[in-house]
Write a protein that binds this ligand. Structure first.
Ligand code: F0G
Length: 451
């Protein structure tokens, strides 16, 4: 066992049970140096004073002038206690809401008052990523990182760019040429990060950024970084907080690089471990059909967590086949256009924890669901709408009951991808298209159109 010194409350631990190496949190590690597997942040709970009841966290709303209490992340700081207060970074992330929505519920064939939407588009950079970045940049600050990098389908880069300039770190983001929605690209440029467009897809960018970070000693901000996932756990805390600390029956989340699903599984496992909840919800992870590695591996190749003894050969063979076919994922939900998800194994673990299931939905289903979220909800970007399309499919299959309580995570803001929205409506592509009507500059003709 490769054991190095641990900090008091938190440490990093390899997820490979055959390795089990532990490292203290002062090291910016993104894979286990001993075996190359993913790392977790783990806690010595006996060294942390955790509120005995979940509603203690809510009471912090009363002290909103304290910026840590105001943060929808650090309000839960005992549950991600890896750094001191002085290192905790916040720009007001996590002020997000859970919206109960019957019209969208009806679209997905749910009974009234059963569907909830956790709208993460309200974050400072417009996506759930800010939850992860507040945590990861706190760690980056703690280890005195000066420069950082990420690969991205767009939202990670926007969030990195925003937090980097807040924290005074130099940043560089790698994006696949032509693979990023314009709202996100505009943010990266506007927030002043060095934006490198690689002629390739997200998976190519992900490979390159790891090499670059190793060679140049940059702090990596993709969800390989275990501290990022600690921040993303708080999305689940906020859902159950808004349900009066009741756990829903289902959480539905889009699956891309599988950081969220991994973080959510860990969040519930830990809440149960420390005795703050009694029941863990089920989780459905939704891929796009053009980027459905997880669906294929879990549903067809029967890949499972198996107490950490994951059949690596199945994964290796799958990826070798993708390479042999020169496969590049294709979906209009560019945020989840990923075929080699880096958190695959942690996601398998989350599926195990949450009795999870995986489905894939078509671009057409995603676009229609997105239009429905726009019309009746707060709007969202395409990847987020995969959750509603997934719910509809799972209702049709009868896997989810119409009276079960479901929370879908709407991961990003509708203005992230205005092109797709305009095309859908203007080109009358889907059944909910709402195209603008052109008319001459003539009052009578205008009135005729409205009457
Ligand atoms: N939804 C949105 C809006 C996203 O931006 C992403 C991922 C996902 C869902 C998938 O989440 O990776 O945790 O499974 N976006 C990353 C990026 C890959 O680079 O912005 P995941």
């Amino acid at each position: 066992m490769n054991k190095t010194k641990q900090t008091d409350a938190a440490y990093q631990k390899c997820i490979n049970p055959d390795c089990d190496a532990e490292y203290d949190c002062s090291k910016p590690l993104f894979k286990c140096p001993a075996c190359g597997e993913l790392l977790d942040v783990r806690y010595n709970w006996d060294k942390i004073t955790i509120p005995s009841k979940l509603n203690e966290f809510s009471k912090r709303w009363a002290g909103r002038s304290n910026k840590l209490d105001f943060s929808g992340l650090w309000r839960f700081r005992e549950l991600l206690d890896f750094c001191e207060d002085k290192h905790r970074v916040t720009i007001g992330e996590g002020q997000t809401i859970l919206q109960q929505n019957d019209a969208i519920g009806k679209y997905a064939d749910m009974k009234a008052s059963r569907l909830y939407l956790q709208y993460e588009g309200l974050n400072p950079s417009g996506s759930f990523k800010d939850n992860g970045m507040a945590a990861a940049f706190s760690h980056a600050t703690m280890v005195s990182a000066k420069s950082c990098a990420c690969a991205s389908t767009g939202n990670t880069s926007a969030s990195v760019a925003l937090y980097a300039h807040h924290c005074g770190l130099k940043s560089v983001v790698f994006i696949g040429s032509g693979r990023i929605a314009f709202g996100k690209l505009s943010q990266a440029m506007d927030y002043g990060t060095k934006t490198i467009q690689i002629r390739g897809d997200f998976d190519d960018c992900m490979r390159q950024v790891q090499e670059v970070c190793t060679r140049l000693g940059l702090y990596l901000l993709n969800s390989l970084n275990p501290f990022r996932l600690e921040g993303q756990k708080t999305i689940m805390y906020r859902i159950i907080e808004q349900l009066g600390w009741e756990v829903p029956d289902w959480i539905i989340v889009p699956g891309g690089n599988l950081g969220n699903s991994s973080a959510f599984g860990k969040a519930f496992y830990e809440l149960k471990e420390v005795g703050l909840i009694e029941r863990i919800p089920r989780m459905a992870i939704i891929n796009a059909t053009g980027a459905d590695t997880l669906t294929d591996l879990v549903n067809n190749k029967k890949l499972i967590w198996n107490k950490g003894q994951v059949a690596q050969k199945v994964i290796d063979d799958y990826y070798a086949d993708l390479t042999a076919r020169n496969f590049s994922p294709q979906t209009c939900a560019s945020a989840i256009e990923i075929s080699r998800p880096v958190n695959l194994k942690k996601c398998l673990r989350a599926i195990d924890i949450c009795d999870g299931i995986v489905r894939a939905v078509t671009d057409e289903e995603i676009c229609d669901a997105k239009a429905i979220v726009g019309r009746y909800g707060l709007g969202c970007e395409p990847a987020s709408a995969a959750t509603i399309a997934g719910l509809k499919q799972l209702r049709a299959e009868g896997v989810i009951g119409s009276d079960e309580r479901v929370a879908c995570v709407l991961t990003g803001h509708p203005l992230k991808d205005p092109d797709l929205t305009v095309n859908y409506h203007k080109a009358k592509k889907g059944q909910f298209a709402n195209a603008p009507i052109e008319v001459e500059n003539d009052l009578e003709k205008i009135i005729k159109l409205i009457e």
